[in-house]
Design a protein around this ligand. Sequence first.
Ligand SMILES: Nc1ccn([C@@H]2O[C@@H]3COP(=O)(O)O[C@H]3[C@H]2O)c(=O)n1
Ligand SMILES: [Zn+2]
Ligand SMILES: [Zn+2]
Length: 241
Amino acid sequence: MNIQMLGTGSAFAKQYYNTNAICFSQGHILMMDCGMTAPLSLHQLGYKFSDIDALLISHIHSDHIGGIEEFAFQMKYVFKKKAKLFIPSPIVDTLWEGSLSGGLKTDEFPTLDDYFDVHLIEVGQQHELIPGLSVEAILTSHIPKKPSYSYFINGSFFYSADMKFDPGLLERLYQRGCTTIFHDCQFIPPGLVHTTLEELQSLPDHLQEMIWLMHYEDNKPEYEGRTGPMRFVEQHQLYNF
Ligand SMILES: Nc1ccn([C@@H]2O[C@@H]3COP(=O)(O)O[C@H]3[C@H]2O)c(=O)n1
Ligand SMILES: [Zn+2]
Ligand SMILES: [Zn+2]
């Protein structure tokens, strides 16, 4: 699988865009989250929304879903086709009622299905989103009572949503064959809703060696060379795993 970050920043970062990604498999493209900066980032990479076959959502925060209204409008009125939308079933109503319907709902197009080919994801099940790319959704802790889902891709690649530190999960993924982890990272403690660099640095070496840091703040240059075996994911760089 190839993956390219549309952005690598925290929700309030101004240098790095929102932590969203595109994954490539067998000529198809999956977008992982679509935050406020995703439309500009895709444009800068030379992609159109119609190039995106499927969108996968982690949770309902604008740095992860704030670009979906533009995606939906462009697909309907510019490209006149529907992309697939994969979303865990517990958050689909919140996405529509709590976010998108304000801009998208009309008498003619009253539902999310009018804009996307909606597929519900269930925790613990394998879902093939595009050919050769399957995900298992894992409910991970972020904000109390606000479901947030991380994804284990093709049994080897873990893409964290915004999540609190969960060393037990990372070790279990390692035992299951995980070789690469893209993990959110907050530099300054306390990690009330995110995982801190300090927490990740407490992990054993075999886990740190697999970890790439994302969702970081604008002062990331201060931490370059200070993350041990963990590397930073960079915006727009293409990675193959
Ligand atoms: N209880 C909360 C809720 C939110 N936040 C901040 O708001 C951001 C929303 O996007 P995020 O990427 O989840 O990061 C959250 C925190 O910075 C926070 O710090 N504490
Ligand atoms: Zn976020
Ligand atoms: Zn969040």
